[in-house]
Design a protein around this ligand. Structure first.
Ligand code: 5GP
Length: 182
């Protein structure tokens, strides 16, 4: 078993591999059931959702394709406007397809709100959302999240794909970053 040397930067571990695994299995089973017989496309939001998407994908037992989008919010001042820049767009058309957006975490909801509007304009058969983590206390705009892994408190978390300044994505668990490390 590999060792991770970043434990000192965390104040608490919120979700361990043994919490994440069964929940992702459950989500995969629900998605497989709900999308039976449909043309399902998972749209992963780079980079944070990469690890979640790759684990979720392997729990889906029906035919499924994947594509990715990278988005970034404009600076802090304009963040509340919900203006999001597309850094990398989808490779494929989604017209007539059943799209499931796979997000690492929904916080204010602004990124997702923009993405859902943008995707809806491309005439997919449906657009739904699967998020590993939800911080409901922070929501500024209502967004429908159809599949949720875990509700978590308003703390800054890292690991399992989530970063702080591009670090910690490789942790196999989700932990709270110590405030003095931020
Ligand atoms: P929203 O637009 O919902 O406020 O932002 C969602 C994005 O903010 C997530 O995809 C993620 O990149 C980032 N984010 C929000 N909360 C956290 C957190 O606790 N930890 C990390 N690492 N990123 C977060």
């Amino acid at each position: 078993m590999a060792q991770w040397n970043m434990g000192d930067d965390l104040s608490e571990i919120l979700l361990r591999p043994e919490d994440l695994g069964p929940k992702i299995k459950e989500l995969g089973a629900a998605i497989s059931r709900d999308y039976q017989g449909k043309d399902l496309l998972l749209v992963g939001v780079l980079k944070g959702a990469v690890i979640f998407l790759s684990d979720l994908l392997r729990e889906i037992t029906i035919p499924v394709s994947i594509d990715f989008m990278a988005v970034s919010s404009y600076g802090a001042a304009t963040k509340t406007s919900g203006i999001v820049r597309i850094l990398k767009d989808l490779d494929e058309s989604i017209e007539g397809r059943h799209v499931l957006v796979v997000e690492d975490i929904v916080d204010t909801g602004l990124t997702l709100h923009y993405m859902l509007d943008n995707l809806a304009s491309r005439r997919p058969a449906s657009v739904k959302v699967c998020a590993l983590l939800d911080k409901p206390d922070r929501r500024q705009v209502a967004v429908p999240v159809d599949y949720i892994g875990f509700h978590i408190p308003d703390r800054f978390v890292v690991g399992y794909g989530l970063d702080y300044a591009e670090k910690y994505r490789n942790l196999p668990y989700i932990g709270v970053l110590r405030p003095d490390r931020i």
